[in-house]
Every structure is written in C-alpha cells, then in structure tokens.
Design a protein. Structure first.
Length: 532
C-alpha cells in the first residue's frame, strides 16, 4: 500500500457570518498518496479551489470558516496551526501553482528576485548561492537561456514562460506536496502539453505528491493516478483514474465525460459571391527608433493572407498565442490599420474612413474572449444591449425593450435578466450576454475571439450548440478564433492555421483534420487529440 501524505476528513467550508451563510464545501474527504498525482475535478463553483486553499489556510478568514473537519499532515491538523506555523509550511513543504501567473507574480520585481525571495525565506540563501539555485530551477523547468531571463519582468515573458517561472518558485524548496490550481487553463494546447508533461516528469523525478485541480477530464485521464469528482461542494465520486474512466458511476461524472465538444457543423454549400474576402491582407507594426523616430524594422503580426468566407459558413482560425489570429480578426473589422484588400458584402471596405464604414458595422460584430472585461460593470444588461440599437437607430425607444427581451430569449436567458449587472452572472451566462449583444443587431458576420477558452467543458458544449442554432436560423457567417481544436472541429467548415503571422495551412476543415499536410498542423492536432 502506498503511504498517505495528507488526509482531508469531513472538511466543510462556510462563507459569511450573517443569517444567510453559504456552505461552499460540505464534508469532503480524500487522501493524497505519497509520490502520486491526485486530480480534483469539477465545474467552476464546485468547491475545488476552496478545498485546496483550505490546506494552506489561504481563504479570506474570518469571512471563511470551517464548521467541521480536519486536514491531517504528518499527524497534525493544519486547521489548528497558527499563522506563523502556516507561513513556515507554505512554499516549503507544501507549495502552490496558481491559475493565472500574471496576477500571481509581482509586476515590479524581476524573476531572480521573486524566486530568490522564497529561497531566502525558507533556506536563508543569498548572493551567488541564491543565483546558482535560481538558474538550476529555471533549467529544471525548461526556460531557455535562463541567464538572460534572470532580470526579466513578468510582462516580458510569454504565458508558458510565466507558468514555468511559477513552477520553479513552487519547487524551490523541494516540497512534498504541490497544489496545481488549473495550471494550464489559459495556455495554448502545445504549451499546455509541455507544462503538464513537465509537471509529471518533475513529480516522478522528485517523488512529490501533486494535487491537480482542473475541469478538463482530458488532462485528468492523461496525467493523474487518482481522481475525485466534485459537484456543488461535495465529492460525488472517487476512484483510481483508470477505473473511473472505464466504469463511471455517478450521473454527474457521466455528464462531464459526455461534455467534450462533439458533432459537426451543419453542411452548407459555397455558392455565390463570398460575404468576406481578403487579398494579400497584412498587418505590420513599425518599430521606430532614434530622435526622429525613423522606422528601422517591422513586427510582422500578419503576413499576406487571402480569405474567402461564404454565407452561413464558419472559418476556424487556429494557432498558438502570438500567431496573429486576433490581429487578423481586428484587421478584418478595420479596428486596426492594415494593408491589402478587404471586401465585405460586395463593398471594398479597406479604403473607407470611419464615418463611411459606420453603417456597415451593424453587419459585422465581434464577441471577445473575456465577457467580464468587454461588458461594462456599470451598465445593466439592458443598457449594454440597447447601446448598439441606439447607435444604429434601430427601432423606437418603446420597441427596443422587446428587441432586448427577444435577444435574451434567443441565447437562453430570461427577460428578467435584463435588469441585472455582469457581476451577477456566471462566466457562461456572461458569454451568452455578449453573444446577445452581437446578435441583437442582426449581423451577417460575427468574429468570435476565443469565446469558450475560459469556460467549463459543459458550458462550452452549451455555447457551441447555441452558436450552431443561431447560425442555422439566421444564415450567420462566423470567423471562430481559438487554440482549442476540439471546439474548432465541432464548429468549422473551413480552417486557417497560423504560425508567427504566416498562414501555414488552409482548406476544408474536415480534410485538414483527417489529413494535415504541414508539420506544425500535425503537432497541434497531436497535442489536442493525443489518446488518454
């Protein structure tokens, strides 16, 4: 039998001290075995992170409390530890990797100082010793040319590099338990695979235990030894990973397993003139230097690109971060400067000024990745949806209320929701509001920029089905930008693969998915659809 490193027994977590407390976690029990990876899986709001943060007592006390339960580590209940005892434990014997490294790393300190801080605190290392250990850690997590990165700040690193730095900090003092809280959610599929393989190899090499928190069952299947499924604050199923995937028992587990993006886009013919076409469209950002600010070079965000999109079809645009996907979408909408021809609905829009293009904006809409950032927190749902109606003089003021109600119903929300504000909704509901804001104008083209990347798989499946229904009902044309190839496969008729600003492969989505011709495309597909 494998030795148990940490035991959680009947743990409950309650928020609020008033007459309406919320029980976020209810009598949860599980064991983390020494040298093994245990996954805690479930949708947003299921209590995964609250359970994990209880281990290190990182919840907002006294707002949070533990009505019952214990967390046993080395025979001692951590919930009874003093703050000084917990500080000695955190980052030393038990470490954590947070979901978003950009908010977890200090933007004012370079990488050497941030890793050196934990080495000083727990091991007393300074000067050359701290530098040597920092370089050793950066090498360990696969940072290229670590000497050059010592003095870099977080904003100067890519998402994958920042996550590797977070892992280096977590491993600095050789912990026994590493808590990885959604460590790859915002990363490209190839970077995600690199980070997870790195964590798995480090866990095996160092003999650590890992508590892996995720909502992605693909990750659980490939990287964990044991798994607990959480739903509404309770563990509804726990088993070895192999047994759970072979023989799932609980209806919620079955629902999660069935929530992978699936199906095919509705068949549609390429007939007539394309609704959108580009001719050698490119976006080069000038690099200016010197007193006279002369252009000395260009950042080639998008190299000459030709697109043909017909009515009612979806063009999927895939590639890693920095490949030029979003820049291409913004250029098509004339939201940034570009060169080359852009024809929309038979009109050459690349030469139009902003006042001339304004009437066409009703027909071209965009849904952004983060609806919480794109919806104004000071505007109710009704105010956000009516803004476009007012700008384009659609309907009389008395009629707009009904248009808003109809748009909300179309995306699966209730008419009463129009009086609420963005912070009162879940991530999936906010994304439905963002889609409603675009659809209410009855557009012909919608550009969807990573609209499902931050959503749980079950919510992703709902949004995909909604987009399919709206496309069929209104003959909408989509440009769907994503690094999630499972989502792209479920929605796209045509595919554009980008790398470093270049289009490396283009054609029918079904043909590219079944027989990719380019090495880069094959690498993306292997990372996305590797067998469990």
């Amino acid at each position: 039998m494998t030795e148990t490193l940490l035991s959680v027994r009947n743990l409950s977590v309650r928020f609020g001290q008033n007459s309406h407390p919320v029980d976020a976690v209810k009598q949860v029990s599980f064991d983390i075995k020494a040298g093994k990876i245990m996954a805690l899986v479930g949708e947003s709001g299921s209590g995964k992170s609250v359970t994990a943060m209880s281990i290190l007592k990182l919840l907002p006390y006294p707002k949070a409390s533990h009505p019952g339960g214990e967390i046993l580590y080395q025979g001692k209940n951590l919930l009874q530890n003093s703050e000084a005892e917990m500080r000695a434990l955190r980052g030393d014997r038990i470490s954590v990797i947070f979901q978003e490294p950009m908010t977890s790393l200090n933007p004012l300190h370079n990488i050497a100082r941030q890793i050196g801080e934990t080495l000083l605190l727990h091991k007393g290392l300074t000067g050359p010793q701290a530098r040597e250990r920092t370089l050793e850690l950066l090498n360990l997590v696969g940072i290229n040319e670590p000497e050059k990165r010592l003095h870099s700040y977080p904003h100067e690193l890519s998402g994958g590099q920042r996550q590797r730095v977070m892992i280096a900090m977590a491993l600095a003092n050789d912990p026994e338990l590493l808590i990885a809280d959604e460590p790859t959610t915002a990363l490209d599929v190839t970077i995600q695979e690199q980070i997870l393989k790195l964590l798995q190899s480090l866990q095996q090499r160092l003999g650590m235990s890992v508590l892996l928190i995720t909502h992605d069952l693909n990750i659980v299947r490939r990287y964990s030894d044991d798994v607990c499924v959480m739903y509404q604050g309770s563990i509804v199923e726990k088993n070895s990973t192999a047994e759970l995937f072979t023989n799932p028992q609980h209806p919620y587990t079955l629902k999660l397993l069935d929530a992978e993006p699936s199906g095919q886009p509705q068949p549609t013919a390429e007939s007539g003139m394309p609704i959108l076409q580009t001719d050698n469209l490119k976006v080069w950002f000038p690099v200016k230097r010197g007193i006279l600010k002369r252009t000395v070079d260009h950042i080639k965000a998008v190299n000459p690109c030709n697109i043909r999109l017909h009515t009612g079809r979806t063009l999927g645009v895939v590639g890693e971060s920095g490949s030029g996907k979003t820049t291409l979408g913004l250029a098509i909408l004339r939201l940034i400067h570009s060169q080359g021809g852009i024809q929309f609905d038979g009109t050459a829009i690349d030469q139009l000024n902003q006042s001339e293009i304004k009437p066409l904006r009703r027909k071209m809409q965009i849904v952004f990745q983060d609806p919480y950032g794109s919806l104004s927190p000071r505007m109710s749902v009704a105010e956000s949806l009516s803004e476009g109606l007012e700008i384009h003089n659609i309907g009389l003021p008395a009629e707009r209320e009904q248009l808003i109600i109809d748009a909300l119903r179309e995306v699966g929300l209730e008419p009463e929701d129009r009086h609420r504000y963005p912070h009162e909704f879940s991530g999936g509901q906010r994304q439905r509001i963002a889609i409603a804001r675009a659809v209410i104008l009855k557009p012909e083209l919608i550009i969807l920029d990573e609209p499902t990347s931050a959503l749980d798989r079950t919510v992703q499946a709902q949004i995909i089905e909604l987009l399919r229904e709206l496309q069929q009902r209104y003959k909408l044309s989509y440009i769907f930008i994503s690094h999630d190839l499972a989502v792209i496969k479920a929605l796209s008729h045509d595919l554009l693969v980008m790398q470093h600003g270049d289009v490396v492969e283009q054609g029918k989505a079904s043909e590219i998915f079944s027989n990719p011709t380019q090495k880069y495309t094959r690498r993306l597909l292997e990372a996305a659809f590797a067998a469990g």
